[in-house]
Design a binder for this molecule. Structure first.
Ligand code: NAD
Length: 500
């Protein structure tokens, strides 16, 4: 039974702290309904029932939030680095104190298996701690030797927060995916207006509750959700409002391109974390057990709905059968499809039926063009649950070789020579992540360096530690989240010349 009246149906979890649940927007340090008094429905992907009706913020609401963030910036930027570090540390603590409830919300809205959700919340808190430590250190600067004025000039640099940052985030990582954007901006003194994905607004509002409890000044972080139909107008506002200095976006390449064009016209800074199509390359000298284990991790967690996860599995032709056989055994042993509330389940539903429809279309296209299917379970039309699926004989003519699967389908093709593997891996327009498995250390370095991707896993499928620069090249976007480089995104360099 639900512990709160925000839910439109019974939910299989009792919230310890119902005050964490809110369907309103968080603006200027308070909670408010949309000025138009409209709401939109959020679904539980596990049963496709309406979970809650959430306030549908209007463009005017976002405009007001930007003005509030702009006013808050003037005081927030003056806090000392350690003041800001302490606020971020408080936020981490508040997230930890609500970790069970936050995890449950993630499972409710996203269908993420509960054990994965618990880990996701712990990781989110650790992201806040990591940026708290960076905030303490401040942004630093440099002194530059100068020949000007007969060698008497002195030049030094300081980094200044850019001002109001507008953030747009997707549904697939509603805590750490958001905090990787928000925390570095807050660390350097920026203020924020955030539009979360319409699929996961309750997670966003609960996260904002923990931010409020951490003691951030009013107006520093503002979160407003709105229905899918409003996304484009809200995006246009973010890209054109004179007070907004930076737009940070995570989502599809098509939307990122649209936003980047508009920000370009208005000369706003951008961070774009866009779609991926990672190649997972396995050479014939690879440790197959290792490669299979790592593929399971970067294919089936979060139901495969992670931008950096393996999309195209490229296996040396000499080991195709051995690799596929081991993979099938491992899936049978380790991947269990079912209710995300069952703690033995490792594969929950997809975020929405649209996700399953896309995978089905890619599977059908591949089968029609000659691919082989190795797994017995078939997708039941209309469901959000997609069974673990393995296909071989994938060729370049198939859509699956060029489009993001974003789900638990493994598409295997073969190569002969190293150059062919690299060329196939680099044959797509995106360049977010890549993976390589070989026991030949020279080849490992060579291929890792040749892959056109922002992030490469060499002998590992885990490549998203908070200290690592996270981001892509080419159509996967620009800018980096995580790592010390995230601070650069949200600051401008000012150089000061002193004539002695
Ligand atoms: P999406 O681009 O449709 O939506 C992402 C966000 O943008 C949502 O908040 C949505 O409401 C908003 N949006 C949609 N249209 C908009 C518009 N015209 N103007 C402004 N905002 C708009 O993406 P999605 O399908 O929800 O998410 C999956 C995609 O995100 C995949 O392509 C995935 O690879 C990508 N992704 C990338 C990363 C990364 O770090 N590179 C991380 C997660 C997801």
């Amino acid at each position: 039974m639900s512990s709160s009246s925000i839910f439109c149906k019974n939910v299989p979890y009792t919230f310890q702290d119902a005050s964490l649940l809110d369907v309103r927007s968080y603006v200027g340090g308070g909670w408010e309904n949309s000025s138009e008094n409209k709401t939109f429905a959020v679904e539980d992907p596990a049963d496709q029932q309406i979970l809650a009706n959430v306030s549908d913020s209007s463009v005017a609401d976002y405009e007001r939030a930007i003005d509030i963030a702009n006013t808050a910036f003037k005081a927030y930027r003056q806090l000392t680095p350690s003041n800001r570090g302490q606020l971020l540390r408080n936020w981490a603590q508040a997230v930890r104190e609500s970790s069970r409830d936050l995890a449950a919300l993630c499972t409710l809205e996203l269908g993420k298996p509960i054990n994965e959700s618990i880990k996701a919340v712990a990781y989110a808190a650790s992201c806040l701690d990591w940026f708290a430590n960076l905030a303490d250190q401040g942004c630093g600067g440099e002194t530059i030797p100068s020949s000007g004025n007969g060698g008497r000039n002195r030049i030094w640099t300081v980094r200044r927060p850019v001002g109001v940052v507008c953030a747009i985030t997707p549904w697939n990582s509603p805590y750490s995916g958001v905090l990787k954007k928000i925390a570095p901006a807050l660390a350097v003194g920026c203020t924020i207006v955030h539009k979360p994905a319409p699929e996961t607004p309750l997670c966003a509002m609960a996260l904002a509750k923990t931010c409020q409890r951490a003691g951030f000044p009013a107006g520093v972080y503002n979160v407003l959700a709105s229905s899918p139909g409003r996304a484009a107008v809200v995006g246009s506002l973010f890209c054109s409002h004179p007070s907004v200095r930076h737009v940070t976006f995570t989502g599809s390449t098509a939307v990122g391109r649209y936003l980047a064009e508009r920000c370009g016209a208005n000369l706003k800074k951008i961070t774009m974390e866009l779609g991926g199509n990672a190649a997972f390359i396995v050479f014939d000298d690879a440790d197959l057990d290792l490669a299979v284990r790592e593929l399971i991790a970067c294919k089936f967690n979060s139901s495969g709905q992670v931008c950096i996860y393996a999309n195209r599995v490229l296996v040396h032709k000499g080991i195709e059968k051995a690799f596929t056989d081991r993979l099938l055994v491992a899936i049978q042993e380790r991947v269990r499809l079912g209710s995300p509330w069952d703690d033995k389940v490792t594969l929950g539903p997809l975020y929405a039926k649209a996700g399953a429809d896309k995978i089905e279309a890619l599977r059908a296209d591949a089968l029609a063009k000659g691919a082989s299917l190795h797994t017995p379970d078939v997708y039941e039309d209309g469901s959000t649950y997609y069974p673990p699926t393995v296909m071989t004989r994938i060729t370049q003519e198939m859509r699956i070789s060029h489009e993001e699967i974003f789900g638990p389908l493994v598409a295997i093709s073969t190569f002969d020579k190293e150059e062919e593997a690299v060329s196939l891996a680099n044959s797509v327009d995106t360049g977010l992540a890549g993976y390589v498995f070989t026991q030949n250390i020279s080849r490992l370095f060579r291929v890792a360096e040749e892959l056109q991707a922002g992030m490469v896993g060499a002998q590992t499928g885990s490549i998203s530690a908070i200290e690592q620069p996270f981001g892509g090249v080419r159509d996967s976007g620009m800018g980096r989240e995580g790592s010390i480089h995230a601070l650069e995104e949200y600051t401008d360099i000012k150089s000061i010349t002193l004539a002695l």
